[in-house]
Design a protein around this ligand. Sequence first.
Ligand SMILES: [Fe+2]
Length: 282
Amino acid sequence: MRIQPLNDDFAARITDIDLAQDLSESAIAEISAAIAKYAVLVFPNQPLTDDQHGDFTRRFGPIDKGLLLKTKRKRRLENPDVMDLANVDHDGNVLAATNVRNVSLVANQYWHSDSSFKVPAGKYSLLCGIDLPATGGQTEFADQRAAYDALSDGMKARLKGLVAEHWAYHSRNMLGGGGYSEDEMNNLPPVHWPVVHTVAGSGRKSLYIGIHTREIEGIWTPEARMLLSDLLEHATQRQFVYRHEWTNHDLVMWDNQATLHRGRAYELGELRQLRRCTTEAA
Ligand SMILES: [Fe+2]
């Protein structure tokens, strides 16, 4: 495989590899080393079936089911490992822009880390672009290791030992609600993670925040929310961001423990189909 950095030590493009094949242990080790260093890997031209997508993902750890475990919504895809991020109904027709299912797709446009709202949280996400809108719909990634490194010594000291609450439905509520029942929401209670953690694989320190965070233990809510907002603003400055412009059948893999990401706006009435598999953090 050929690994070309897109920035010094954030995001790389990997070519000369076919992810549909049963890759050798050494190839998986090389990809693991690359993601430890770059945190985001772009594999162009990988038209995988859902089974191939799931099989490749599983090489990096057990599959995370995200919200699927806790919601009873009917699935369109057969493979339970693959999350369907498409704005279509069961027959493949594009949903009306105001369909309630679009709430969670729009919520993905907030900066977040996949499955930070559960235990175990998400580690690697592998997102396949299948049908992309003509304009918009890019995915941006922010390097939370570089963002941590760039904090002042005073802020690093302030954050030491702080623990934040992450709640899955916070982003949906910010958008006016996603039509989730009390039962669904109660089934996925908030979880708590350190605001700064050490990333498995690289050993680098990283911020771990995003739209799912709504409280910090021991800090008055307004003060905590403003601190989280200030941190997010710092952590998503352009110098920390790689913007991915999708081409059909790109597969983008990232480390949720080292990055934040967000989709960019697109015309909701236009077909956009992506599929994601995620592994659980250890
Ligand atoms: Fe996401």
